[in-house]
Design a binder for this molecule. Structure first.
Ligand code: MG
Length: 501
C-alpha cells in the first residue's frame, strides 16, 4: 500500500479508462482513503467490470495455459541444502504488479556463523529503498552476529587478498552502480569497525538486539548517505533511496532456533502438521499498521496530545503512509528544516506532510520473535502483503501442505533413512497414493501459491481468472493485485527430531 493520492489516482484513471459515470467515481473515491474500504471498493469495481463491462475486456489478450505458466514461473527459484541442518531447501517467486516491481527479496547462508537468513522487502514510493535494503540488510545482520574475535579476523582479511566472505547469497540479480557499491562498502566497513570496538564478550550476545541494531544502523546509513555526499553535493540517487521506503521481514534460522524480525506489514507463518494430520498456521509476525492497537498507542504516546487527531489519520501515518514502521521514508523521519531546505527543492512542496511538527514519526526498529522449531513445523512462508490480500495464513499453509504431499509424486519413491519399519514405509506409500490425487502443476511451492492465490476458486483453478489477472494493462493491474513476493522455507523433520536443544 502506498500513499493516498496514488490509490485515488488509480481508481480515477481506471474508471475513466472504462467510461464509468462520475457518480461512480465519486463513490469509489470516498471509499478510497482507508485500506479496508479501499479493498472493498476494488472488489466492487472488479465485480462491476465483470458484469457490465465484460465486452471491454475483449481487447485483452487471452493467455494460453502455457503463457500463464510462463508468466508465473518467470522469477521462480529453488535451492536445496545438502549439509545437515534444519533448513532442507527453499522455494521463492515474485510476481510484479508495479513496473518495475517495488518488492525485493534476498536469501543467504551465514559463512562465519551458522544459520541462514531469508528476507522479503516491500517497497513503496518507488523500488529504490527495497532494492538497496535487500542488497545490504543481510550483511548488516551477519556482522551483528559475529563474536569479537571473528569481527577482528574479518576486518584484517579486508586488507589482504584473501578477503573473507560473510554470506553465500543465492539468486542475487541486483547490480549496483560502481559509485553506490563503493559508498555502501565504506558505510559497512565503518559499521564493522565500530562493532568490533564496542563488542566485549560472547556472553553479551542477544539475537533480538543484534537484529534491531542491524535494521536501525542500515536505516541510519541510508539517511547519512543521502545528506552527506563527500563532495558536498546532494546525490539524487541516495536521496531517492532515502525518500522511498520499504517494510522488511527477515528470518534467521539456526538449528531449531528461528528468529524473525519484522518492521511493517510483511508476514511470516509456520506450517505445523498436527498428529491428527491437520495443518495449523502459526503466525510469527504482527503487522505494523493501524489495525494494530498496540502500535497505534505506541505512536500516539511518542507525540504531544494536540497531535492525537493528525498523527494517524484515515488509518495512515500523517494521513499518508499505511505501514507504521519502515526503513527509508525519511520524509517522516527528518527534521522540518532538512525537509524544507534539502528535500523540497528536489521533491517539491508535497515532500513535507501536513501536521509535521514533532518528527520522527516513523521507525525502522523491528519486532523480533523467537520460535523453537519442532519436528511438527514443516515450513515457514514469508510473503509481502500482496499475497495476504488474496489468501489467509491458513489457506497458505494448507496450499503448501497439499503441495508437499502432491509434490512427492513428481519424483521417484525414496526412503528418507535406513532401518525403517514396514508400518512406516506403508504409511509413506499410503500418503503417496493420497498425494497422487493432488499432483500439482508446479514443482515450486511459491509458484503453486501464486497460481492458487490468483486463480483459485471453490472448484479449483479458474484459467479465465488467471489469464485476466495476468494480462491487465499497466496502470490498471495495480488495482486488482499488488506486487507479490513469496519464500517458502522447508524444515528437515528428521534433523529437528534429533538435534540438540
Ligand atoms: Mg505490497
Amino acid at each position: 500500500m502506498g500513499i493516498v493520492p496514488t490509490a485515488r489516482q488509480m481508481i480515477n484513471q481506471c474508471f475513466r479508462n472504462f467510461s464509468v459515470s462520475t457518480a461512480e467515481i465519486s463513490k469509489c473515491l470516498l471509499l478510497a482513503p482507508c485500506k479496508e474500504n479501499f479493498c472493498k471498493s476494488v472488489i466492487t469495481l472488479h465485480k462491476r467490470f465483470m458484469k457490465y463491462h465484460s465486452n471491454k475486456f475483449g481487447h485483452l489478450p487471452k493467455l494460453s495455459p502455457q503463457e500463464v505458466t510462463n508468466i508465473l514461473r518467470e522469477n521462480e527459484y529453488s535451492q536445496e541444502f545438502n549439509s545437515p541442518g534444519s533448513v532442507k531447501s527453499y522455494d521463492s517467486n515474485q510476481l510484479a504488479s508495479n513496473n518495475p516491481t517495488e518488492d525485493a527479496r534476498s536469501e543467504a547462508c551465514c559463512l562465519m556463523t551458522t544459520g541462514m537468513l531469508v528476507g522479503v522487502f516491500d517497497g513503496h514510493g518507488g523500488p529504490s529503498c527495497a532494492q538497496v535494503v535487500a542488497k545490504r540488510l543481510l550483511h548488516y545482520i551477519a556482522a551483528c552476529l559475529l563474536p569479537p574475535d571473528d569481527l577482528q579476523r574479518y576486518l584484517q582479511s579486508l586488507g589482504n587478498d584473501e578477503c573473507i566472505k560473510l554470506l553465500e547469497e543465492y539468486n542475487d540479480k541486483v547490480v549496483l552502480t560502481e559509485e553506490l557499491s563503493e559508498l555502501y562498502k565504506n558505510s559497512f566497513l565503518t559499521f564493522v569497525k565500530e562493532l568490533s570496538g564496542t563488542k566485549t564478550s560472547h556472553m553479551d550476545f542477544h539475537m533480538k538486539e543484534a537484529m534491531e541494531r542491524a535494521f536501525l544502523r542500515l536505516d541510519e546509513d541510508i539517511s547519512r548517505e543521502a545528506l552527506q555526499d563527500q563532495s558536498g553535493r546532494i546525490n539524487i540517487e541516495t536521496l531517492t533511496v532515502a525518500m522511498s521506503g520499504a517494510v522488511a521481514c527477515v528470518a534467521h534460522i539456526d538449528g531449531p532456533h528461528l528468529h524473525i524480525a519484522s518492521a511493517g506489514d510483511c508476514v511470516g507463518v509456520i506450517g505445523v502438521l498436527n498428529d491428527g494430520g491437520t495443518w495449523v498456521a502459526k503466525k510469527l509476525t504482527t503487522e505494523h499498521n493501524s489495525d494494530n492497537r498496540t502500535e497505534v498507542e505506541r505512536i500516539l504516546k511518542e507525540h504531544p496530545p494536540n497531535e492525537r487527531d493528525t498523527v494517524i489519520k484515515m488509518e495512515r501515518l500523517l494521513g499518508q503512509l499505511a505501514p507504521l514502521r519502515a526503513l527509508g521514508d525519511f520524509r517522516y523521519k527528518w527534521s522540518r528544516d532538512i525537509l524544507n531546505h534539502i528535500v523540497k527543492p528536489y521533491f517539491g512542496e508535497n515532500s513535507l506532510a501536513p501536521h509535521y511538527y514533532t518528527p520522527p514519526y516513523l521507525t525502522a526498529c523491528p519486532d523480533v520473535t523467537h520460535y523453537r522449531l519442532t519436528p511438527r513445523d514443516k515450513f515457514l512462508v514469508i510473503a509481502s502483503d500482496g499475497l495476504w490480500d488474496l489468501v489467509s495464513p491458513l489457506q497458505v499453509v494448507r496450499l503448501v501442505g497439499e503441495h508437499m504431499s502432491g509434490k512427492v509424486t513428481l519424483s521417484p519413491f525414496r526412503l528418507p533413512r535406513k532401518n525403517m519399519r514396514i508400518s512406516e514405509i506403508n504409511k509413506m506409500l499410503l500418503q503417496r497414493k493420497e498425494g497422487l490425487k493432488k499432483k500439482p502443476i508446479d514443482t515450486n511451492a511459491a509458484t503453486h501459491l501464486l497460481r492458487n492465490a490468483l486463480g483459485g476458486t471453490e472448484y479449483g483453478i479458474d484459467h479465465g481468472k488467471l489469464s485476466q489477472l495476468l494480462s491487465m494493462p499497466e496502470g490498471i493491474v495495480r488495482l486488482f493485485r499488488d506486487d507479490i513476493t513469496i519464500s517458502v522455507i522447508y524444515f528437515d523433520s528428521e534433523y529437528l527430531r534429533h538435534c540438540p536443544p
